[in-house]
Every structure is written in structure tokens, then in C-alpha cells.
Design a protein around this ligand. Structure first.
Ligand code: FE2
Ligand code: FE2
Length: 346
């Protein structure tokens, strides 16, 4: 089992190593240091002083990067009540009072994972694998590494299988329960777009192209500062301008990747274009916007509305659909009508 040990005190590392190795591999991540080699599976073990806000801020960045790791073990010395609450607010799945308790916890997590692997057809496991591939793709791009198309393909095909088998509603519920931020958004858009493509009778090839375009549509956001991406509340004009660069950033990241199809590049660059020419970045007119992009744009807006955010409850699917219906002129009316069944889950 890989244990990522996040600490603000490098001197703590030898004791952790002595305790967990060689049964487990300890990968250190010292706050403020370089986290080279970080992947998206294993256990995240956090032992930092949560009273120090700058350190908590650095930790939040790491947690965002490692959103795909489901187990987050926090060491809170003496189990101080306010710090335990802080750990849970940061996403802790377990809180222990001494590093030594990690031995038992990691063994339990490993046993549970082995049992899960025996049951790989379980939909929850399929979902985790899709989410893990997604997480590793985002994290690579954020760290300036090349994007691996194979991760995007793996995530997309897991989502297609899952949505095809269990429907969109269970996917929406699960993603909203376990993930947050841009990561949650992309998983939702892909689920919605795939359900839409399946519902309108797309061929398998078209469903996977649409799914891939959805998986990658906001990949450019991996290069936008988290302080803007995760800002609760309104963005100012300058922040807005920065965020509006993400379709072009995504397009530039992907255009040189071998094996990428032109439809996917089109979706990534143009998912914020509107039929009346009021969208961005290219202000395209209706005839220049392909069917795949039109479906993607509808799925994107719908998913953004029904997302759950820490600072507001998700909008109901009915209300979100009403908003789409009010965007006549920007979205294709016939497609919005065709989307009704998917949107309302009817
Ligand atoms: Fe976008
Ligand atoms: Fe989006």
C-alpha cells in the first residue's frame, strides 16, 4: 500500500518510515516542497499543525491535487475537539490521535481495498476507477506534465459503462456525494453528456467522442489558480477574464497530443460558444457550431447548475432544465426539448 505522508515537520518522517515500511511504501510530501511522484491511489496521511492557517492553505492545495484518494487519515494530537472538526472539514475519513495508530488503520484500508478488487464489477468500484483516472489526469496537467490520453479514455469508458448500466440519477448522486470542485463538475458533465448521447441514439463511436470531449472540456482549468477556481461567490472582472481563457488553454494543451480527434478539440475550445454569437472564445455563429458541441454545451450548463457546492445547495433538475429552456437563441431549442427526458430523469 502506498502511504502519502503530508507533514510540516520533515523530522517526523524517519519514525513514520520505521513504523510502516517495508510492508507499505511511504512517499513523503513536506509542505512547501516538491511532491514529485504523487499518484492517485493509496492512503493520504496528514500530520500537520492545523492551527497554522498558512499550512492549512498549503494542505488544501495538496488535497485538491489528490482528490482521487478516497482515504485521508489525519493525525490530531490529543484529539483536540476543534482540530478534529477542522480535520473533518478538510475531508478526513479517519482521525487518529497518534501516528502509531496508522499501522492498524492502513492495514484495515488495505484489507478493504483487496476485498473491493475481488469484486471489480461492483458499480461503486467502477466509479472509483473512473474517478481515479480522472484525478491522475488533472493532477498531471496541474503539475505541468504532459496529459495522458489513456487516462481520459479510461475515465470516459468507465463512465459510459456506469451510466449505460445504472442510469444518470445514480451517477449524479454518487459524484455529488464524494467529489468537489472542478473535478466533480467534469465527472458530472461527462455523465450527463453520455446519457444525452445514449438517449438521442448516438452510435457507440459518437458516444465515446462526446464522452471524451466532456471529460476533457475543462482541462484548461487545471492551469487556472485554485484561488480563482474555488472562490466562493462572485468573481471580479479580472478573475472572470482569467477563467474565460480555459477553453483556449485546454485546446493548446491537447492540440499536439497524438491520437486526439478533431471533434474533441472542437468541443474543448468551443463549449462556451452560443448560437447567437455571444459566446467565447471565438464568438462563433450558429452554422459554425457542430452538433457535438451543441450537446456538450447543454450538458455543461445543466451539470454546473445541479452541482453541489459547499456554499450553496444544488439546484433541482427541474429548475436547472427551466433555465436551459429560457436560453432560446443561445442553445438549439430542438435539442433542449430532446434533453428533457435526460434532465428530468423521466
Ligand atoms: Fe468550461
Ligand atoms: Fe464546464
Amino acid at each position: 500500500m502506498l502511504v502519502y505522508f503530508v507533514t510540516d515537520e520533515p523530522t517526523k518522517l524517519p519514525a513514520i518510515r520505521a513504523m510502516l515500511e517495508p510492508q507499505h511504501a511511504v512517499v513523503p510530501w513536506v509542505l512547501g516542497g516538491d511532491g514529485t511522484g504523487i499518484r492517485s491511489h493509496g492512503v493520504l496521511m496528514v500530520d500537520i499543525d492545523l492551527r497554522q492557517m498558512p499550512r492549512v492553505d498549503q494542505l488544501k492545495f495538496i488535497l485538491h491535487e489528490l482528490a482521487g484518494i478516497p482515504e485521508k487519515l489525519f493525525v490530531v494530537h490529543n484529539l483536540s475537539r476543534s482540530m478534529v472538526a477542522q480535520a473533518h472539514a478538510l475531508g478526513a475519513t479517519s482521525v487518529i490521535s497518534r501516528p502509531k495508530e496508522a499501522i492498524l488503520k492502513v492495514a484495515q484500508i488495505e484489507a478493504a481495498e483487496a476485498a473491493a478488487e475481488d469484486n471489480a464489477a461492483d458499480p461503486a468500484v467502477e466509479m472509483d476507477q473512473g474517478a481515479a483516472a480522472f484525478a491522475s489526469m488533472f493532477s498531471d496537467v496541474r503539475r505541468g506534465r504532459p496529459l495522458k490520453l489513456v487516462d481520459a479514455k479510461r475515465a470516459t469508458s468507465k463512465i459510459i459503462t456506469r451510466v449505460g448500466k445504472d442510469g444518470l440519477s445514480s451517477w449524479l448522486d454518487e459524484v455529488r456525494r464524494y467529489h468537489e470542485g472542478t473535478f466533480q463538475h467534469c465527472l458530472l458533465v461527462t455523465g450527463v453528456a453520455v446519457a444525452f448521447g445514449l438517449d438521442v441514439g448516438f452510435s457507440d463511436g459518437d458516444v465515446s467522442r462526446l464522452g471524451m470531449a466532456a471529460t476533457l472540456h475543462d482541462i484548461g482549468k487545471a492551469r487556472i489558480p485554485l484561488s480563482i477556481l474555488d472562490k466562493p461567490g462572485r468573481l471580479d472582472a479580472e478573475e472572470e477574464e482569467i477563467i474565460r481563457r480555459h477553453p483556449v488553454i485546454g485546446y493548446d494543451l491537447l492540440k499536439g497530443v497524438s491520437g486526439i480527434s478533431p471533434e474533441i478539440l472542437d468541443g474543448v475550445r468551443h463549449h462556451h460558444e452560443y448560437l447567437d454569437g455571444s459566446g467565447y472564445p471565438d464568438g462563433l455563429a450558429a452554422s459554425q457550431i457542430s452538433d457535438l458541441v451543441r450537446l456538450l454545451t447543454i450538458s455543461d450548463i445543466f451539470a454546473a447548475l445541479v452541482e453541489s457546492r459547499p456554499y450553496r445547495p444544488p439546484m433541482s433538475r427541474q429548475d436547472a432544465y427551466q433555465i436551459l429552456c429560457g436560453m432560446e437563441g443561445k442553445l438549439e431549442g430542438a435539442l433542449v426539448r430532446a434533453f428533457r427526458k435526460v434532465a428530468l430523469g423521466a
